[in-house]
Design a protein around this ligand. Structure first.
Ligand SMILES: [Zn+2]
Ligand SMILES: [Zn+2]
Length: 145
């Protein structure tokens, strides 16, 4: 049951990060309205506020990394003409709403799923990510962390 709960909350976090950036304004307002009543006004207002800044900062970081994953270097843009990389918040966005570039890394969708599911923790001193099974990985690209 605990595991199930954390699964849900991890999935929620990743989707929150992606969706608030990629939604259209209409989709975003219906998303805000769909939040259940337990989401306070402050939370809803907070999400609205950060969406604006988030999008700008993440777009700038995607440019900086040429739309490539900071872990594996995967980038679809040159081949397919579309970018699917995503912004990942090192400190959980839903908890801290920390949108500074120093709290965001650019990841391919696979690594974004993995880092949430395997609870990857980034060490800003060593520039390494440690996963829940003990595996340690260095960033391939790093220009801002
Ligand atoms: Zn990757
Ligand atoms: Zn994330």
């Amino acid at each position: 049951m605990e595991q199930f709960k954390s699964e849900i909350s991890n999935k929620g976090e990743r989707e929150l990060e992606n969706s608030i950036v990629d939604m259209t304004d209409e989709q975003f307002s219906s998303y805000i309205n769909s939040l259940d009543d337990s989401a306070s006004i402050e939370v809803k207002e907070g999400i609205k506020k950060v969406r604006k800044y988030n999008k700008k900062i993440i777009d700038e970081l995607k440019d900086k990394y040429d739309n490539k994953c900071q872990i594996c270097g995967e980038g679809s843009k040159n081949t397919y003409g579309v970018s699917v990389v995503e912004g990942h918040h090192i400190e959980e966005f839903s908890l801290t709403q920390n949108n500074s570039p120093q709290n965001i890394m650019i990841l391919c969708p696979s690594h974004h799923r993995i880092i949430h599911k395997a609870k990857g923790m980034f060490n800003s001193k060593t520039k390494e990510i440690t996963y829940s099974n003990g595996f340690i990985e260095k960033l391939l690209f790093n220009k801002h962390l």
